[in-house]
Design a protein around this ligand. Structure first.
Ligand code: C2O
Length: 475
């Protein structure tokens, strides 16, 4: 398929856009000096005044959707139901599905307001850790009264801080960065879903922490939903386009179609994963969300080739060290799993230049009925508790749950507790400990600490992990 023939985004629309903005509006693609049409700019919401036309259009579009009958595919409830009924999570369709979801939502916003220049703003949680102010005006259609957090609560830097986001963007493998195949690559690294670092940490934590609608699969009922998802999309653009990391090229991924969305006229559409990978070249662009504001090192045509080619996942575990099975602890207890392994097992892997990574694999993790807590991982900190700050040099990462009560209750009640698997790259934390003498005992202990979200106690909740391993991955 040619980039110009992606359904609904023809070169014709492009040319129209160019003549409308005139020569002054033509952008140059960094590194290639190719002229391309000005794609709508998805902007950082923190840079917009409440009176900005982008905010005004967003509010008007949400109000128009809320005013529509629930049976109308363009209504607010229908749009949220698309998510509830079809959203893929904990697998490699997470990124492309949500990209298409946002693209059609954005087109519906344009259609319902007549503002054809509208581009969905994003919430850069790294630079502004509180939910943006425009979502807190109780008289606005952007307000949702079910949120559990308040306007002044900041998201945890362990989920969204610069160091965390940089370490996620620094992962070069798609499965570890995003998420893996539904059954795990080669069916072997987990059995119950496969959350990579972007989905398992910032994405899941933002949902659970905001709480209310956002903690459920009806989360798009809260207008804030679209802005962290746009941030996720911006980070994927940064990872795959600006930094030049390949998406996977498995035909089971690229040729997957989605038939869940409606266009701005309310007609159902069929779209593919392969086209999702190309969309940012054609349909929209981002004000930089990466603090270093990277730009692509390839021309547009090189990028098109690169994105279409993809590459196989490089995640291969050459060694797996079992740390334990059936690990349980109660939320609020300092109890955590401590499993010791010999440091020499890692060989030269702790040198900063090492190509290998040490990945913590938490498999068959029970998804709790109430998702009021998340999990922090510490290395060689066996007295770690919910009070241990993440500035502690032993902190190694976080992960969280995202699921839905209704998925557990029915219409077809699940007979077994849903389970999930998580991959956490602990290499940076191990390297830091090694540099600062924290591994001098010759052993590594892993501690997992369930921590309740702000304004939640989660006292009766427990963390249950079926199997915990360290995998040594060669890249
Ligand atoms: Cu499908 Cu953040 O949700």
């Amino acid at each position: 398929m040619n980039i110009e023939s992606i359904r609904g985004f023809s070169r014709r629309d492009f040319v129209k856009g160019v003549s409308a903005v005139g020569a002054a509006g033509v952008a140059f693609w960094a590194g290639g000096c190719e002229q391309i049409a000005q794609r709508p700019m998805r902007r950082n919401i923190a840079n917009l005044m409440p009176s900005d036309p982008i905010i005004q259009t967003y509010k008007a579009a949400v109000a128009a959707m809320k005013a529509r009958s629930p049976s109308d595919p363009l209504s607010w409830v229908s749009q949220a139901s698309i998510h509830n009924n079809h959203c893929p999570h904990g697998c490699w369709f997470f990124l492309p599905w949500h990209r298409w979801y946002l693209v059609y939502f954005e087109r519906i916003c344009r259609k319902l307001t007549g503002d054809n220049s509208f581009a969905l703003p994003y919430w850069n949680w790294t630079s502004h850790r509180t939910v943006p102010d425009v979502f807190w005006d109780t008289s606005s259609p952007l307000y949702d009264s079910t949120r559990v957090i308040t306007q002044s609560d900041p998201a945890d830097p362990g989920w969204v801080g610069p160091a965390t986001i940089e370490s996620i963007l620094g992962v070069t493998d798609f499965f570890l960065f995003a998420s893996g195949t539904p059954g795990g690559p080669n069916g072997n690294f987990h059995r119950g879903g496969s959350y990579g670092m972007l989905e398992g940490n910032p994405h899941n934590n933002i949902h659970g922490w905001v709480g209310g609608d956002m903690a459920t699969f009806m989360s798009p009922l809260d207008a804030v939903f679209w802005t962290p998802h746009n941030m996720i999309d911006c980070l994927w653009v940064d990872w795959s386009i600006n930094r030049g990391n390949p998406n996977v090229n498995d035909p089971a991924w690229t040729s997957q179609t989605f038939t869940d969305f409606f266009d701005e006229n309310g007609n159902p559409v069929t779209v593919t994963v392969a086209d999702a990978a190309l969309l940012p070249l054609l349909d929209y662009q981002f004000e930089p969300c990466d603090p270093q504001a990277r730009t692509p090192q390839m021309s547009k045509s090189q990028l098109e080739t690169f994105l279409k080619a993809g590459a196989p996942s490089t995640l291969r575990f050459t060694r797996r060290l079992e740390l334990g099975t059936s690990i349980r602890s109660m939320v609020g207890e300092t109890a955590s799993r401590e499993t010791k392994i010999q440091v020499q097992t890692f060989g030269t892997l702790l040198e900063a230049s090492a190509k290998s990574r040490v990945v913590l694999i938490a498999d068959d993790v029970e998804v709790p009925h109430r998702r009021d807590y998340f999990v922090r991982v510490f290395l060689n900190k066996t007295d770690a508790s919910g009070q241990t700050p993440i500035t502690d040099s032993h902190y190694a990462g976080s992960f969280a749950f995202f699921s839905d009560e209704s998925a557990m209750k029915g219409p077809i009640p699940m007979t077994t507790q849903p389970k999930a698997g998580y991959l956490i790259d602990v290499t940076p934390a191990l390297q830091k400990l090694s540099r600062t003498g924290g591994l001098s005992s010759g052993e590594v202990a892993i501690s997992l600490v369930p921590v309740p979200y702000a304004h939640r106690k989660a006292t009766a909740e427990r963390l249950v992990i079926g199997r915990l391993e360290l995998g040594i991955a060669q890249f």
